[in-house]
Design a protein around this ligand. Structure first.
Ligand code: GTP
Ligand code: MG
Length: 368
């Protein structure tokens, strides 16, 4: 586990990969460091025992391949209890105010009785290390709220990437009864697309100035977002934020949202003063309610799940392709041929694929 996780005492117990004995669920809180069985994990998560949920998330995030089967089995067991939250992805350039916004919105929702889980996807978190502590202090009120649960970003060393872990964490939080999941991602790279792909609603928090208005358009973010909020619309900055909002509004009109019946709202807010934050939530809820009652939410999630399955499948196949020395040798030879320009890439790829498949078939035969 990463140092940052250890700081919070969330490391996975070493024996987590051991096959669990059958046990009966008990309502007693589970001692902090006892080895947990699969049943312990399942029942602890479902009754929203925070200590167990934290450890279950560590299990999901674990980079130890031995933990993988247990994590998968846990996800399979709780699957029927997932899906009950409003999943909101929140993106924006570093410093735009995403965490401050989440703190403000999260406390409001938690005060209203919602159970709010906050997850983060920050591929740089194990480099900077600071964003985790930063978020905890930035979300001080929310992290102390009995209805809220905040989970920092997993380390980017995680197998399958940070976003994969976050997606699975989201499912566990839903199984634990959280009905709002807010996922913060930094507005860079692939993680943004991946978070959009696990959200019911994808919100971009922007700020005025420094040419950001156009930067967003360049990254193609406008094709992903369901709403834009220009934050920090307070004090001297209010006028500039309003101006930026009108520029974004003009820009989004040039894009066709994937749902022809939805036009992306552009608004301003101040996460610090709170102005505009509840209104943003109202739009999110209305949108998700409409999607749900028309059956399109289920359809959207099914599409996301299918794409997700395909991504995992590719990852698995790639792993199989590179895990044996024989397969690696075949790939190395193909690379060599292409580098020498002795074989065109299309031919080398085809030959290598066939050789690797033959290799796998031989191994499967041998293991029978
Ligand atoms: N004036 C003003 N400042 C804000 C507002 N929202 C956030 N800030 C400030 O902007 C800075 C960055 O806020 P964060 O909430 O950490 O921004 P972030 O987008 O989560 O940043 P990263 O996680 O580092 O990408 C902090 O100093 C906040 O206090 C706002 O509405 N108005
Ligand atoms: Mg942040």
């Amino acid at each position: 586990m990463t140092n940052s996780s250890d700081k919070f005492g969330l490391s996975v117990d070493k024996a987590a990969g051991a096959m669990p004995p059958a046990s009966v669920a008990s309502n007693k809180p589970i001692a902090k460091r006892r080895v947990l069985t699969l049943d312990d994990y399942e029942h602890g998560v479902v009754r929203a025992d925070r200590a167990v949920l934290g450890r279950a998330l560590s299990l999901i995030e674990s980079v130890n391949p031995e933990h993988e089967p247990l994590a998968r089995e846990l996800l399979a067991r709780v699957l029927k209890k997932t899906g009950g939250s409003i999943r909101v992805g929140i993106t924006g350039v570093p410093g735009a105010g995403k965490s401050t916004f989440i703190e403000r919105l999260g406390v409001t929702l938690a005060d209203r009785g919602h159970k709010v889980a906050v997850l983060a996807v920050d591929p740089s978190s194990n480099i900077s290390g600071g964003s985790i502590l930063g978020d905890r202090t930035r979300m001080a009120r929310l992290s102390a709220h009995p209805n809220a649960f905040i989970r920092p970003s997993p380390s980017s060393g995680a197998l399958g990437g940070v976003a994969r872990k976050t997606r699975e964490s989201m499912l566990l939080c839903e199984a634990a009864g959280f009905d709002v999941v807010l996922i913060e991602t930094v507005g860079v790279g692939q993680s943004e697309t991946q978070v959009a792909e696990m959200s019911d609603f994808f919100l971009a928090i922007m700020i005025a100035g420094a040419g950001d208005e156009l930067q967003g358009i360049k990254r193609g973010i406008l094709e992903l977002v369901d709403m834009i909020a220009v934050n920090k619309a307070d004090g001297d900055n209010e006028r500039r934020a309003k101006l930026a909002a009108s520029e974004y509004a003009a820009a989004v009109r040039l894009f066709q949202h994937r749902d022809p019946n939805w036009s992306v709202p552009v608004t301003t807010c101040s996460a610090v003063s709170g102005v505009g934050v509840v209104e943003i939530w109202d739009r999110i809820r209305q949108r998700v309610d409409t999607l749900r009652s028309s059956g399109r939410l289920a359809e959207l999630r099914r599409t996301q799940d299918l794409r997700w399955m395909h991504a995992l499948l590719e990852e698995h196949l790639h792993r199989r392709l590179t895990e044996s020395p024989e397969a690696r040798a075949i790939l190395a030879e193909a690379e060599h041929e292409v580098q020498n320009a002795s074989v065109p890439p299309v031919v080398a790829a085809e030959r290598a694929a066939e050789a690797v498949l033959r290799e796998i078939a031989i191994r499967l035969q041998a293991s029978k």
